[in-house]
Design a protein around this ligand. Sequence first.
Ligand code: AMP
Length: 293
Amino acid sequence: MEIINRRQRMNSVSRKVRRELDQTMGLVPTMGALHEGHLSLVREARRMCDIVIVSVFVNPAQFGPQEDFTRYPRDLTKDTMALSDYSVDYIFAPPVEEMYPKNFSTYVTVEGLSEQLEGAARPGHFRGVATVLTVLFNIVRPDFAFFGQKDAQQTIVVRRLVRDLACDTEIVVLPTVREESGLALSSRNAYLDKDERRAASVIYRALEHAEAAFLSGERNAKKIAEAVRVQIEAEPRARLEYVGVNDAETLDKLERLDDRPAIVSVAAYFGKTRLIDNIILNRVRSGATGRLA
Ligand code: AMP
């Protein structure tokens, strides 16, 4: 496993893999502070690709001015140790100035998909995400890139991005890995104290409740959202930011659910920590729940 810090080195390594060795490359983009959710992506990349590259980069462009960019957990030594168990070939961990050289002035905006839900709550977030992923894809030119369902809107934005900009990369999306309590694993869970962590499991209970309502025939999106809202607001440590019921492909806000996949998504604060989660209704099921035993 080699740790690469420079874009030029990453570029030449991947060119060699592609041209001389004719091997397939999988990229797992992360911001580090790796947990089982990230590792599930790495495992699948290892299974599907000859060469696995994990990028570790806390991307300043996707954080708002009042957000947690400076205190976001960073521990490359620990991340390297976690990845050494997975036969990862390269870790790409560039400093900010490698990704955003002086006078950087080209940004990518995926219009229409970036303005609602997380985009409305975090203006500029998806512009930062789309820009960094475009730079990463151009440096690495991976055959496959792996993403978690946990960040559902991100997966929709990145799919549109690679289609529109004709990136030669296939996007693979894997299920959300959860604690036994249902809480989705997240690097930001490290900010939660014990009580907040216990309380935060209400998010997934509320989402499961929405699924149960859907399965028993409820098709009114407002009623489904309301059921989620009531359940989360009953938890005194939770401060709900939004519940959305949207088309899982276009992110259009839904009035009624039909036979298309729909996404129920939530953002809520527990203390100062902002968590997001989602569930897909009407999906063709793979059977995997992603829950840790
Ligand atoms: P992050 O480091 O938070 O930017 O996440 C990097 C990748 O890991 C993204 O594609 C996330 O969606 C994915 N990811 C984060 N948490 C989970 C989880 N609990 N289960 C599956 N994938 C996850």
